[in-house]
Design a binder for this molecule. Structure first.
Ligand code: FAD
Ligand code: NAG
Ligand code: NAG
Length: 443
């Protein structure tokens, strides 16, 4: 099949009209021969935009291009607060054009196929683009359709999901309309981005119902596929305290497999008892969807068996193709997939690429730093920060395992500024220098 035929179901590139004649395709092929960039970036999300800003400084804007079909760039971490009515959706969005570093070419199209042996990629409209260096930042895909009854079920009331821009505002409506019954929050049986988000939403909902006098009507349940509440013991212990105090039930190893939205029933499988399912009536259901690598990476030469970009855990250089690099949610880096992790990765990858460009061995090493502000109320956050070994790696010289108001302001007010003005502009490489400074200051 031609690359265009395998392009998937996403939006088409602007220049391609259905039934485009062969004259158009030939013209594209002629143009394609000229399409070459020193640095080509796939994906214009968190990782792609921050790396394109950094690469612009290394090789000049005219030598960098970003392939990204979407007109809008979202600061996704804000969605936790949007669903709770604490922020508006618009505050998380900016036009892609505005975040694209000036002078960098925005190729408004989906990539359909990667051909690293020939140093080129194919766009969905059959255009070939070649590169000297390739940075893959395609993110993670949401798969609501893997749950029977979804996504159609979202047309019914009492169900929402903060994970997609299409359903996040609906979550807030469902939360406000809640009357009584089971309030079920789910966690899928796949890798996810920001593993804390599925429960942050629950804590905010609990706080909202308490504020509006409905708390006693809600039987709140967190049904998670995991065997623990959080992967780092220090924070897991703190969360379990909160869960006890707020009378929330946690059911481990439960995976949502079906939603009967017309009857408001959720069907779970018990991962420890194959074949055993449980059906639960809900008053509100918050779905965290199964996730996986973007289609274009599945069975691609740059991917591991599961479909994640196969990179060195310390340098972020591809294990097989030395001129290919990966960053963020689409990689197989064994750490929690977050924007905070990408900040730290972007600083390391910038150094790695500059060494590779000089034919030297990369030296700077990524330690797996990632961070998850666990929002536990309308003004409270436990700021979890940790590394590959799941050991806390905290920036501030205070116990971050406690719920703190200061950390809520970090999450709601400081981090968005740092995102738009620091990370996306290629100036924020994570808090490591501050951590050293602040901890030194105390000793
Ligand atoms: C509800 C929620 C809460 C979160 N909370 C936090 C938090 O508190 N702290 C934190 O640090 N992180 C948080 N995150 C995670 C964070 O947002 C992500 O980890 C981060 O944005 C991932 O960046 P990325 O560049 O890897 O992918 P993305 O930013 O998702 O970008 C991927 C891009 O690739 C594009 N793309 C996909 N396929 C193709 C294709 N075939 N061709 C071309 N382009 C393509 C997409 O359009 C997209 O723009 C949260 C996420 C969610 C959803
Ligand atoms: C394919 O899409 C790219 C990016 O939008 C565009 O530059 C190119 O002209 C398109 N080619 C064809 C044949 O439509
Ligand atoms: C805790 O929740 C359960 C189930 O919703 C309820 O029966 C019980 O009364 C609650 N206990 C307290 C102290 O609120």
């Amino acid at each position: 099949a031609s690359p265009a035929a395998r392009g998937g179901s996403g939006p088409r590139c602007p220049a391609l009209r259905p039934g485009a004649d062969s004259r158009g395709l030939h013209a594209a092929a002629r143009r394609a021969a000229k399409e070459h960039y020193e640095v080509l970036v796939l994906g214009g999300g968190t990782g792609g935009i921050s790396m394109s800003a950094r690469m612009k400084r290394r090789v000049g804007a005219a030598n960098v291009a970003v392939v990204e079909p979407s007109e809008t760039h979202y600061y996704q971490p804000l969605w936790t607060l949007v669903g709770a009515g604490a922020k508006r959706l618009a505050a998380s969005a900016r036009p892609t054009e505005q975040v694209m570093p000036q002078g960098v070419e925005w190729i408004k199209c989906r990539v359909a196929r990667l051909d690293p042996d020939k140093n080129c990629v194919w766009l969905e409209n059959n255009t070939k683009i070649s590169y000297k260096y390739l940075i893959i930042a395609l993110g993670i895909s949401l798969h609501y359709e893997k749950i029977k009854g979804l996504p159609e079920g979202f047309h019914h009331p009492k169900i929402g999901s903060n994970y997609s821009v299409h359903t996040v505002e609906k979550t807030w409506r469902a939360l406000q309309d809640f009357k009584e019954g089971n309030a079920i929050f789910t966690f899928p049986n796949t890798p996810v981005k920001c593993a804390g988000a599925p429960q942050k939403i629950m804590y905010l909902s609990e706080a909202y119902w308490r504020k509006t006098g409905k708390r006693s009507k809600a039987n709140i349940m967190f049904n998670t596929s995991l065997g623990v509440i959080f992967g780092v013991k220090k924070y897991a212990d703190a969360l379990l305290e909160i869960i006890k105090e707020r009378n929330i039930t946690v059911n481990y190893r439960r995976n949502l497999i079906e939603v009967r939205a017309d009857k408001q029933e959720a069907v779970f499988e018990n991962l420890d008892k194959p074949g055993v399912t449980e059906v639960h009536q809900y008053g509100i259901l918050h779905v965290t969807p199964p996730m996986g690598p973007p289609d274009v990476l599945i069975n691609s030469p740059v991917s591991d068996e599961a479909g994640w970009v196969d990179v060195d855990t310390q340098t972020l250089q591809h294990k097989k193709y030395p001129n290919v690099f990966g960053i963020g949610d689409c990689t197989n880096l064994p750490t929690s997939k977050t924007a905070a992790a990408i900040a730290a990765q972007s600083g390391v990858l910038d150094k790695t690429i500059s060494m590779v460009m000089k034919n030297q061995l990369p030296t700077k090493k990524y330690d797996g730093y990632t961070s998850c502000p666990l929002v536990t109320g309308y003004n409270k956050v436990i700021l979890a920060e940790f590394d590959y070994a799941a050991q806390p790696l905290e920036t501030f010289p205070i116990d971050q395992g406690k719920e703190r108001v200061t950390m809520y302001h970090m999450k709601a007010d400081v981090m968005p500024l740092l995102y738009w003005n620091g990370l996306l502009k290629g100036y924020w490489g994570g808090p490591a220098p501050f951590r050293k400074m602040m901890h030194l200051g105390l000793k």
